[in-house]
Ligand binder design. Sequence first.
Ligand SMILES: [Zn+2]
Ligand SMILES: [Zn+2]
Length: 273
Amino acid sequence: MEDMGDAVTFSILGSSSAGNCALLATAGCRVLIDAGLTARRLEEMLNGLGTRLAQIDAIFLTHEHGDHISGLSGLARHPHIKVFANRETARATQGRLRFRPDWQFFETGTTFKFRDLEVTSFSLPHDAADPVGYLFTAGEGTEASPKRRLAWCTDLGHVTELVRERIRGADVLVLESNYDADLLDKAERPFALKQRIRSRHGHLSNAAAHELLRTTEGASWRRVFLAHLSRECNDVALVRATYAGLAAVGRRFCVEVVDPRDGAMAALRLAEV
Ligand SMILES: [Zn+2]
Ligand SMILES: [Zn+2]
């Protein structure tokens, strides 16, 4: 395993309706974004990246849906891990846990520090208690460790102006591209579920994600990860093909589609993006 030293690194461990989780490591902390993988699976993936659950300092929850919190119940044996969430998300999550994690509450929309990480949360339109996206700022501002911003934005039914403003300044953007409208239409799923996914408080379609990337002016993005793809109502090759034309309209960032069937991606050094 390559030693990442003090470099700020980021890795998506899983991103689909079957489980969402990412690792962000800085010189001063190692944190997870969501915990939608079982503790056992999480430990395996972290081991593959040269770390382990015992070394995780905190988890930042976006909202209480199972694909984002299902791994929490297995973390009772790691009481040192702080769990950051707004009060509504914490309340909704606690109701499904048999132990009480070390909750750290924040107000949606505020910016705060955790060790050497600066964290901003922002509201997302999604059918949960008080769902948020995050903007993380890490790095020391030196040549070896430049300041980098990572925006995490999944589980939203549509793009609000607030969302566009918060993610615009990120160097790395993780954005939901959940479903293809035709594949969702044809899928053998209950009508009510389809309506839920399509609603203004459901999930972001490929077309809506593409529109956001195409039309946002003055964005700092260097790498964009399209994430939380539906396994049944989306297609990795189809999404990839959709983005082939973006360079032609002056969008220079690199777009990567996170395959919902893949395991952890190799750690990305944010200084090098
Ligand atoms: Zn959700
Ligand atoms: Zn989700």
